[in-house]
Ligand binder design. Sequence first.
Ligand code: ASP
Length: 280
Amino acid sequence: MKVIIHGGFFSESHTDATTKLAKQEAMSAIAKASFEYLKEHTAMETVAYAVTLLEDDTLFNAGSGSQIQSDGKIRMSAALMDGTTQKMSGVINIEEVKNPIQVAVKLMTFDDRVLGGGGATNFARYNGFEAYSTETPQRRAEYEAKLESKGLGTVGCVALDAAGNIAVATSTGGKGFEIPGRISDSATVAGNYANEFCGVSCTGVGEDIVSNATAAKIVTRVTDGMPLKEAFAKTFEELKPYDGFCGAIAIDRNGNIYHQDSHPSMVFASCDGAGVEVFK
Ligand code: ASP
């Protein structure tokens, strides 16, 4: 059993030492709690649990504390994927729900599993997700100050359970100040992908991650026999021609854990029972 989570990149508005430390402490606590949860639950249940905790922590740019878009509204995206069944479900640009990842969990049982915009929000309301504002005073102040904070604090989790199943979940408030309607990588196979061999969750600039098809590429390379570390190295090399901004976490079916970032400011934590490791 293994679990790894990420909390995106340290945003420019959050570079002070106190916030950095708070993020690292939160990562450590959530990695530990998620591993405890994994002892009694499946990988799928665990990634949804971990991402819900991360969405509820206003330090991160997902759920509560999401970035505000150029028109003053918050639109969030989240997805999860079961590596065993290879089913992916997600919401894109959903508004006013507390936990977008839980709406994605609900969608897992439907034939139409990725919903966007008003359709996603209507689906949530119809299925009992009450209207909830995820705006925080800090994000509003940043927005009012027209501070393009590049709050790259998307969250994600990959888990490998006792039965050998891999699952991945990712949730984001987006880049901040984006044009309404812009689509993040987080609920696409570029940002969130898993099969029985490997699971990957990404953060960074969605456009760069989609151009590189990062998560799907790493998983495909591992499936074709490339060691996890090499699959990361090759895929991250391919971001270089356009200075792609991306970070990713992964677990393969042998329990290898790996993470890499193109720009060194990402926050990750992993737990395998032997202890929690927080990487900076
Ligand atoms: N990948 C997200 C996006 O582009 C942002 C992030 O990772 O923080 O919407």
